[in-house]
Ligand binder design. Structure first.
Ligand code: 2AM
Length: 482
């Protein structure tokens, strides 16, 4: 009897995905480079399930139904390219190679073209939800060769998370690198969500001097509001978690953040696309700053700060923090979706933004009730250019902005860093400004580099150069828009 799918790579994500598939009634063949892991898996967690082991790639391929589906769950990078090279000669026309790892989307674009040129189909799929998601139902973002979708769909939509109405948190994202691109954006948004939660926590801890238990209560309240989400929920639980001695464990965790690089990729892609992804950018930089622990300790001694004591009403201010958090979240998602829109345009993709919001509603780390609002916004207007122009976003932001300004003002006055909350507010103020000071910027560029400018009293697209000093010539440099 032949298997429905073959999985290569029995690390945590691979193992859990295999168990998830077997639990849904699929037959799965498994292979791992270090073959002892195959035996250990078969004799352990896979025992008694519809899982078959293979001890070579040839054996794995030989165990599969046609068209064969081979899913790689291996380390991103060279391992994927090596496996592709070995697998191509073992597979036949129409067989499907799937990369379920955390690959960078430009790699997936190249690999799709290469594998397609060899007569096979290629899929790069984002899988989000961590270990538990992989086992119980992840959010899945596949993209690549469109002809592969009807074949992988029954398995992927069976094993993925479901929204309350039963909709699967997995859908086809589009051609070549779209799956891994959307997963990358998901991770960037995750960085942003975590950062604004952390800034809210710091405001409560350092400005309002709240205890862990008091903050736990706040996050519990917030989780029952429109902020309801996985990350708020785990923050609530983290604040309640006590170490062996009964003190909050959180207070004993060193404040230096790590990162694996997907947030950085997102920000690099924003810079490449010219998309103002300010909140996620600040989230990435905040992790970098946090990692400079020794320097921060030294600087904190060099600059003894006299941070004024908070004298306002703590209860109302705590509620203002909730509002600032939600407002910044709206901005972060508007920025993230704007980046997707731009990347889709430059790569010739047609992304379905409502569908992406729906896929993120369940299973993944950024799952939240709020994503339903984004889905509704794109249902109302699939061509929506920026989420901030949607009526729900507009109404909600108008309601939140006064509290958001109070929070940022108080943070600045009291010396509490709020890079994400404040830069998002500046973005909002800039986005909603008819006039920005870029007139001066253009004048400066023309002054020193003859870069030319457009005039408010002339048609757009007509460029002027002025001899600012009376010395340089009247030769304008070539117009460019970098
Ligand atoms: P291993 O158990 O033999 O190390 C996560 O590291 C997973 O990727 C593991 O299952 C690991 O196999 C696999 N992996 C890493 N590099 C690989 C490669 N070059 N070829 C095949 N599998 C690889």
């Amino acid at each position: 009897k032949q298997s429905d799918i073959g999985i290569i790579g029995l690390a945590v994500m691979g193992e859990n995905l295999v168990l998830n598939m077997a639990g849904r009634g699929f037959t799965v063949s498994v292979y791992n480079r270090t073959t002892e892991k195959v035996t250990r898996f078969l004799e352990g967690r896979a025992e008694g399930k519809t899982i078959t082991g293979a001890y070579s790639l040839e054996e794995l391929v030989g165990q599969l139904k046609r068209p064969r589906m081979v899913m790689m769950m291996v380390k991103a990078g060279a391992a994927v390219d090596q496996l592709i090279e070995v697998l191509i000669p073992l597979l036949d026309k129409g067989d499907i190679l799937i990369d379920g790892g955390n690959s960078h989307y430009p790699d997936t674009m190249l690999r799709t073209a290469y594998v397609e040129s060899q007569g096979l189909l290629y899929v790069g799929t984002g899988v989000s939800g961590g270990e538990e998601g992989a086992l119980k139902g992840p959010s899945m973002m596949p993209g690549g060769s469109p002809a592969a979708w009807p074949h992988i769909r029954p398995i992927f939509q069976a094993i993925c998370a479901k929204v309350e109405d039963g909709s699967p948190c997995c859908d086809w994202m589009g051609k070549n690198g779209t799956g891994h691109f959307v997963k990358m954006i998901h991770n960037g948004i995750e960085y942003g969500d975590m950062q604004i939660i952390c800034e809210s926590y710091q405001l409560m801890r350092d400005l309002l001097r709240m205890t862990a238990d008091e903050m736990h209560d706040k996050f519990r309240e917030w989780n029952d509001s429109e902020l309801n989400s996985y990350l708020i929920e785990i923050t609530r639980d983290i604040l309640a978690f006590k170490d062996g001695d009964g003190a909050p464990l959180l207070d004993k965790i060193l404040d230096t953040a790590g990162q694996k690089g997907t947030g950085k990729w997102t920000v690099i892609s924003a810079l490449d696309e010219g998309a103002p992804l300010t909140l996620i950018g600040e989230a990435v930089f905040s992790r970098s700053l946090s990692a400079m622990k020794d320097e921060r300790v030294a600087a904190s001694k060099a600059y003894i700060s006299s941070r004024p004591h908070f004298s306002g009403n703590k209860a109302t201010f705590a509620d203002d923090i909730r509002k600032a958090l939600y407002a910044a979240k709206l901005i972060s998602y508007a920025q993230g979706f704007e980046l997707m829109r731009r990347a889709a345009k430059s790569n010739g993709w047609s992304l379905n933004y409502g569908r992406i919001a729906l896929i993120w509603r369940g299973g993944c780390i950024i799952r939240s009730v709020f994503l339903g609002k984004i889905k509704e916004a794109f249902d109302r207007n699939p061509a929506l250019s920026n989420l901030l122009l949607d009526p729900y976003f507009k109404r909600t932001l108008e309601e939140l902005v006064p509290a958001w300004r109070r929070v940022v003002s108080a943070a600045v006055t009291h010396g509490i860093p709020v890079p994400a909350l404040s830069s998002a507010l500046s973005y909002f103020d800039g986005y909603t400004s008819e006039f920005l000071p870029a007139n001066l910027l253009q004048a400066q560029r023309d002054y020193f580099g003859a870069h030319t400018f457009e005039r408010t009293d002339a048609p757009r697209g007509q460029f002027f150069h002025v001899n600012w000093t009376g010395e340089g010539g009247m030769t304008a440099s070539t117009v460019y828009n970098a």
